[in-house]
Design a protein around this ligand. Structure first.
Ligand code: 25A
Ligand code: L14
Length: 349
């Protein structure tokens, strides 16, 4: 007997990839139920060659569901995840809503799968930028200790959803046809709601999500807080600058770290990275080999390269980390969590 799986936000940028990941999963599946807003109810999407009709999400949607993957925004998770849990489903939630709740495990399977067993029905999928950084840094932390992380991100627009991708496409087209860059129409980015909007085409925006404490954005705070929770170490010093670039998918990150051990070399770091599951070392400067966003698309792994020593601090190192934000950053990590739970005997019919 297989599991009944629901996808909440099935018509979104992440939801579509969740459906794709479920087509290839090792998790035994009986039925897939696609849920979205009333706007999409009645439309169909394909799953393993079969047309599935999208249903409107309601509190009654979860009868008979074993696993519910949520990716329709924090407000929807807040409202409907409890109903799913009540109906007996395990919720794997892609939004930030439950991530810092001490009773909710925040999991990257390669890093802290052991945290899954403490769940109370909901498992949080970390922020996309955090996930790929965790995969790249966990082998280094395990081997040499980590005392500090300073990261700058170059984030793709798909992280902001399907409508943001559409907005960038139109801006690029209008720009090519001669609209001055600062006159391009912008209604969504850098963040939604009633805030100011700026064009992203041929631009870089040092704002992802809204501004918060100490003038860091909420996206930057997510990277700081989630890192400490996943690595189970509040003493790691973390600071982030999150930047949106006109890339459709594939987040890139420039990461500076300080290790705890003395005498570590760049080659030591390359060696432990090459051996870590889910991480691919692409680091051959002589042949101009390093990770690129366009090569990460469709891949479940995280890619790391440009690993080099800091020129002044003997415990400092720099690296470049890339992953498909819609896959490892969201849809794949969620389905991987379900597979891991099944493997660990935590998913039962
Ligand atoms: O609220 P937040 O936290 O700020 O979240 C912002 C967005 O981030 C994405 C997701 O956008 C979310 O809405 N997201 C969430 N988690 C993410 C993660 N970890 C993440 N992105 C990256 N990483 P999205 O566009 O990718 O997906 C949105 C999905 O949510 C469904 N949805 C929205 N409101 C819902 C709902 N489902 C149930 N109940 C609700 N009330 C949404 O379905 C989609 O699946 P949909 O039916 O609303 O949208 C399908 C089509 O409708 C168009 N459309 C969207 N908004 C409007 C609209 N049309 C008219 N008016 C609108 N206001 C879309 O173009 C789409 O084609
Ligand atoms: O917290 O806009 O998972 O790129 C990930 C994508 C927040 C927004 C999250 C983006 C979202 C972010």
């Amino acid at each position: 007997m297989g599991f009944n799986v629901a996808v909440v936000g099935a018509t979104g940028a992440v939801g579509g990839k969740m459906i794709e990941m479920l087509e290839g999963t090792t998790l035994p599946i009986d039925n897939v139920k696609l849920l979205a807003s009333a706007r999409s109810a009645g439309k169909t999407l394909e799953f393993k060659g079969e047309e599935l009709v999208i249903e409107e999400l309601t509190e009654d949607s979860f009868t008979g569901i074993d696993v519910a993957l949520f990716s329709a925004g924090g407000g929807i998770s807040a409202k409907f995840a409890p109903a799913a849990v009540k109906a007996g489903a395990i919720v794997i939630d892609n939004t930030s809503h439950f991530r810092m709740d001490p009773n909710t495990p925040l999991v990257v399977p390669e890093v802290n799968a052991h945290a899954l067993k403490g769940h109370n029905g909901i498992i949080a999928n970390p922020n996309c930028s955090t996930i790929q950084m965790m995969v790249a840094l966990e082998p280094i932390r395990r081997a040499f200790g980590l005392s500090r992380i300073i990261v700058s991100t170059y984030q793709a627009v798909s992280g902001a959803g399907a409508q943001a991708m559409e907005e960038l496409k139109i801006q690029l087209k209008d720009a090519i046809h001669g609209t001055p860059l600062n006159e391009l129409e912008a209604n969504i980015l850098p963040c939604g709601g009633d805030k100011k909007h700026y064009p992203l085409a041929f631009n870089a925006l040092a704002q992802i999500d809204v501004f918060a404490e100490d003038d860091y954005t909420y996206e930057e705070w997510k990277m700081v807080n989630e890192t400490k929770k996943i690595m189970e170490d509040d003493s790691i010093k973390v600071a982030a600058t999150c930047v949106r670039v006109p890339v459709f998918s594939g987040h890139s990150e420039s990461i500076y770290i300080e290790v705890e051990k003395d005498g570590v070399t760049a080659d030591d770091i390359k060696r432990v990275c090459a051996d870590f599951p889910g991480l691919v070392l692409e680091d051959d400067p002589a042949n101009q080999i390093y990770p690129q966003a366009i090569n990460s698309l469709g891949r479940k792994e995280t890619f790391v390269g440009r690993i080099r020593r800091d020129l002044d601090d003997p415990k400092g190192f720099h690296l470049w980390c890339v992953s498909d934000n819609l896959l490892k950053g969201a849809a794949w990590n969620s389905v991987q969590i379900a597979e891991q739970m099944y493997q660990d005997g935590l998913l039962k019919k």
